[in-house]
Design a protein around this ligand. Structure first.
Ligand code: ATP
Ligand code: MG
Length: 293
């Protein structure tokens, strides 16, 4: 009898229990994600090139195109999606089916670690395994409901968070790669493309952000950081080029205020460019045999 108890105790060791928990979570991720038609990560090897700005506004653009959209901020150390989406300081509620994302004013459902912090200025000081566990929970415990698109904003680099998302998300449609128009950016962003390829994640295409600045007074275009790098990289890496987004003070002003320029000023050149890129992505992922570059 005693021996039998000992064996039972051994069978549910903390490691085994933890492993079972992880397997259960992963099963729930698959069930949740089965309700999401298209899953797209937005990444770049490089920091500060506008990944979060692009991810948030693509989500708004896709919602404007009539899709049901969610955005997951997987940047644990520098989450910025709640601020850009104007939902900073709100707290997700929970119910019998899980945690409910915050519904932004643009109809986009939002989840970020920032929405769970006591104080949004508190830093999250976590190592890899904890970050992986947080991302697994976002994907398994959040009840996104039925979605047409889930955008996942990744932090810079090719470390823990991109790896976790790539490993956990089943049937991902692919990665949208954001670059700035500089050679330095090109050098680093190629690593993100190669990571996607190594992980068998299709590259949907490259966006060149901060591409030129049109002077509001004289109308002349200045290539402040350069121009053409995105297209060059797309040709070199044999992937699609999705478009160039200019430096537009309204983009950063509105992001800071949590207001989307796509809604405020739909006739603005940057708004039209974003809508065009969102439509291109929609065509690509909803018509997977389109291999046009
Ligand atoms: N096209 C643009 N025109 C003007 N400002 C922009 C543009 N794209 C991004 N920005 C601004 O650049 C800054 C960095 O953008 P963002 O936070 O989106 O970059 P990121 O790549 O997500 O950064 P990180 O690597 O820290 O995650 C922000 O202040 C944002 O408002
Ligand atoms: Mg970011």
């Amino acid at each position: 009898m005693e021996n039998k108890n000992n064996m039972n105790e051994r069978r549910i060791s903390p490691q085994a229990a933890r492993m079972q928990e992880i397997l259960d979570d992963e099963k729930r991720v698959r069930e949740r994600m089965a309700k999401v038609k298209h899953k797209i990560i937005v990444m770049s090897g490089k920091g500060g090139v506008g990944k979060s700005t692009v991810a948030a506004n693509l989500a708004v653009a896709m919602s404007k195109l009539g899709s049901r959209v969610g955005i997951l901020d997987s940047d644990i150390h520098g989450p910025s999606i709640p601020k850009i989406m104007g939902v900073e300081g709100l707290r997700p509620s929970g119910g019998p089916t899980g945690i409910y994302p915050i519904l932004s004013g643009y109809g986009v459902r939002v989840i970020s670690i920032d929405l769970f912090l006591e104080n949004t200025e508190d830093p999250v000081i976590w190592r890899g395994p904890l970050k992986m566990s947080a991302i697994r929970q976002f994907l398994s415990d959040v009840d996104w409901g039925e979605l047409d698109y889930l955008f996942i904003d990744l932090p810079p680099g090719t470390g823990d968070e991109p790896l976790s998302v790539m490993q956990l998300l089943p049937n991902m449609d692919g990665a949208v790669i954001v670059t700035a128009p500089s050679d330095l950016s090109k050098h680093v962003v190629k690593k993100a493309i190669n990571m996607s390829i190594k992980m068998n994640i299709p590259v949907i295409g490259i966006i060149e952000n901060m591409s030129g600045f049109v002077c509001p007074n004289c109308g002349e275009k200045y290539d402040l950081l350069g121009s053409g790098v995105g297209k060059e990289m797309a040709e070199e890496m044999n992937v699609r080029f999705l478009g160039q987004i200019p430096i537009d003070p309204e983009i950063s002003k509105n992001s800071d205020k949590g207001v989307s320029f796509l809604i405020e000023d739909p006739n603005r050149e940057s708004s039209k460019i974003f809508m065009g890129i969102a439509q291109k992505i929609k065509n690509i992922v909803e018509n997977k045999n389109d291999s046009g570059k």
